[in-house]
Every structure is written in structure tokens, then in C-alpha cells.
Design a protein around this ligand. Structure first.
Ligand code: SF4
Ligand code: SF4
Length: 120
């Protein structure tokens, strides 16, 4: 009983171990793998990222000029970041924001210098 009383007193006068979320959001760790970012304008439609992706989150169709990325299948492993010869990818430490509808991102992309166009 005296041991328990000591614990109660310690709890009363110490800082809480939990965070008052969302009023106090957590700062991500520096190397946290939060969100995969893609600069589609650097893409040469080589398909290396698709081959490297263990989650099947990327689909590259050079003949149809299509590049599809499903952010909700992506496990942010970073394989595509390593595989991409033109450094299209970056991983930020911020978590992806919640959404009401999960959508695959689709771009129309060519090997020319034209800007890629997001189609969905
Ligand atoms: S980070 Fe990993 S899972 Fe996500 S698209 Fe790249 S290779 Fe696929
Ligand atoms: S590896 Fe890079 S350049 Fe090649 S298709 Fe993927 S994003 Fe485009």
C-alpha cells in the first residue's frame, strides 16, 4: 500500500507521458519515412521503379504514356528512390493526410521534354 501511494503521488506531480493530440501534434523523427513524393516531370518512363516496387504500387506503361501510382498500396520502402535513374522521388518525414476517398494518381507522361499531365 505505501508503495502504491508513492506511485500515486509521483503521478500527481509528474508530467503526463501522453501527448494532448491533436492540440500538440508529434514532430516526426528526422529520418522517418512518411510520404513518397514524385516529381513526374523528371520521369523518362523507364519502368525501373515499377520493377523495384514490392507492393505493386507503381504501373508504368510507356507505349500508352501512362504512369500510375497508388499511394495507398505504397509501403514507403524507398526501393523506387534507389532505382530511379533521374531522381524523381523523395521521401518526406510528414505523414500523408487522411482522405475521404482513396484514389490512384495517374499521369500522362512522355519521354520528350513536355510537361507531364495528371489525368486523375
Ligand atoms: S516506396 Fe516502395 S512501395 Fe512505395 S512506390 Fe516506392 S518501391 Fe513501391
Ligand atoms: S524509375 Fe524514375 S524515370 Fe523511371 S519510370 Fe520510374 S519515376 Fe520514371
Amino acid at each position: 500500500m505505501p508503495g502504491m501511494l508513492g506511485q500515486v503521488l509521483r503521478n500527481l506531480f509528474s508530467r503526463p507521458v501522453t501527448r494532448n493530440y491533436p492540440a500538440e501534434p508529434k514532430t516526426p523523427f528526422r529520418a522517418a519515412r512518411g510520404t513518397l513524393m514524385l516529381d513526374i516531370d523528371k520521369c523518362i518512363v523507364c519502368g525501373a521503379c515499377e520493377k523495384a516496387c514490392p507492393a505493386g504500387a507503381i504501373e508504368v506503361k510507356p507505349k500508352e504514356h501512362l504512369y500510375k501510382y497508388d499511394p495507398y498500396s505504397c509501403i514507403v520502402c524507398g526501393n523506387c528512390v534507389e532505382a530511379c535513374p533521374t531522381h524523381c522521388f523523395d521521401i518526406t518525414s510528414e505523414w500523408r493526410k487522411p482522405v475521404e476517398k482513396m484514389e490512384t494518381m495517374v499521369w500522362e507522361v512522355t519521354r520528350s521534354k513536355e510537361r507531364a499531365r495528371r489525368t486523375s
